[in-house]
Design a protein around this ligand. Structure first.
Ligand code: ATP
Ligand code: MG
Length: 442
């Protein structure tokens, strides 16, 4: 029975009390995407396993240990998406989105699946907001993308999120660096963990990213890519830094940040926060100039990032960021008797058609219980409809806070009279109506 009442390990329900915060964040993300010229792409939750093997890369933790992979009934190997870039690249190629001209700017807001050891900030089902730009090698695109992440955090009112930046060069300058790096790690071969031993030949740069204490200690003294960048890559990296500085985006250079696959190139970055504990990265991204070609497309420079939404929420919570209030019920229509209940329901429907948040009794409660409920949900106004009110076609509209009442017609004029009353009350009280989703409120 426990299986019926307990969600699978590493998943979490987003309950009504929290979903308004999710919606708020999603609104900010979507509007930031829009002003930066990104359009949404929605891809399937599962893809052919090969897609992730190829695009995320065979030497990554994601592909080696974390994918939800299974055979479907047609014997195809299927994988639940562990991240959003692969699907976006596949869809971009499949539907030839590049035909509309470059740059192609896409964003997604989706669930992702990784079979992980679950901890705080590390789930098996989690959510990412990501953006991808295809068709430009210009450092301005790197600066634009990073500035967009920065302004998302600013608009959400988050503080102390550090941007760490690095360049991992291009295949040309990396060849020389790999040779030096391999030499270095071979000298410490006996101490490296098993995973890193496997990376030594194929992808030595990923050792820099290993979380095991011994490997990180060895990695700390390893030669760094920044000292091996070719002139073009160096100039590109310098330009990104200058543009960010001009845009007022602060950063530090962290030579330990790598994406570590052949098709990842040049700029890589992470946004980290001290409010996250061990899982300190809230956003990771960078250039992947070789990936589109690797996946069968024409050579197309590209770049992207992904923000982990659960971790974003953890920072919001830790920093006690004030969020706009969830709208409360504006008017409760109480009723006494079946006829009155019908009338209340009809008027409620009319109010809702006019976008007024209205409620009536749907539980056949006593009048006393209905009024208690109206108080509980914080209704600003109430109306009680009984036999007499129906006969007179009039009822009392009560301001629940001040207790003041006024007459209101129970016919076609109901909504109009209601709105006039609300407006007069607000003018008298100098009240500002909270507009949910209003960006100024964030
Ligand atoms: P980590 O080093 O924390 O494992 P990663 O390098 O695997 O992160 P990416 O693949 O770059 O992460 O994903 C981008 C973002 O997605 C991360 O910065 C993080 O915010 C979020 N994320 C990744 N994996 C998880 C997870 N298992 N649970 C919650 N959020 C995650
Ligand atoms: Mg990971």
């Amino acid at each position: 029975m426990a299986l019926l009442t307990k969600a699978p390990k590493g998943t979490q329900d987003i309950l009504p009390a929290d979903s308004s915060t999710w919606q708020l964040i999603e609104d900010v993300l979507r509007s930031e995407a829009a002003v930066n010229g990104f359009s949404e792409i929605r891809t399937p939750v599962f893809e052919h396993t090969e897609l992730f093997q190829r695009s995320v890369g065979e030497t990554t933790d994601v592909v080696q240990k974390e994918m939800y992979t299974f055979l479907d009934k047609g014997n195809r190997s299927i994988t639940l998406r562990p991240e959003g870039t692969a699907g976006a690249v596949r869809a971009m190629l499949e539907h030839a989105l590049y035909n509309a001209g470059f740059p192609v700017k896409l964003y997604y807001l989706t669930s992702c699946y990784r079979y992980e050891n679950t901890q705080k900030g590390r789930l098996r089902e989690f959510h990412q907001f990501g953006a991808e730009v295809f068709g430009t090698a210009s450092p301005v695109a790197d600066a634009e993308l990073i500035t967009m992440v920065n302004s998302i955090f600013e608009r959400l009112g988050l503080r102390n999120i550090q941007l760490e930046l690095n360049s991992i060069g291009c295949p040309k300058c990396r060849a020389q660096y790999y040779a030096v790096l391999k030499d270095y790690f071979y000298q410490h071969k006996d101490q490296l963990c098993e995973t890193c031993l496997g990376r030594l030949e194929r992808n030595p740069m990923r050792i820099l990213d290993c979380k095991s204490p011994v490997c990180s200690e060895i990695a700390a003294n390893a030669p760094m890519m920044k000292d091996y960048l070719c002139d073009d890559c160096k100039e590109h990296f310098d330009s990104v830094q200058t543009l960010l500085t001009e845009a007022g985006v602060e950063f530090t250079i962290n030579p330990m940040i790598v994406r570590g696959l052949d098709y990842y190139t040049r700029t890589v970055f992470e946004f980290v926060s001290n409010d996250l504990g061990a899982q300190s990265t809230v956003c990771g991204g960078g250039r992947y100039d070789g990936l589109v070609e690797e996946m069968g497309g024409a050579p197309t420079p590209a770049l992207g990032y992904a923000i982990g939404l659960e971790r974003l929420l953890m920072i919001l919570e830790a920093q006690k960021v004030e969020l706009p209030e969830v709208p409360k019920c504006e008017i409760y229509l109480a009723s006494l008797g079946k006829e009155a209940q019908k009338k209340a329901f009809a008027l409620t429907t009319t109010l809702r058609e006019c976008s007024v948040f209205a409620e009536c009794d749907i539980c056949d409660r006593s009048l006393k219980a209905q009024m208690k409920y109206a108080n509980k949900i914080g209704a600003r106004y109430s109306v009680v409809i009984g036999e007499q009110e129906i006969a007179n076609n009039k009822a009392k509209l009560k301001n629940m806070e001040t207790g003041e009442t006024s007459n209101i017609s129970l016919d076609d004029k109901f909504v109009e009279e209601y709105i006039i009353r609300v407006t007069t009350d607000e003018d008298n009280e100098g009240m500002v109506h909270v507009d949910w989703g209003d960006e100024e409120e964030v």
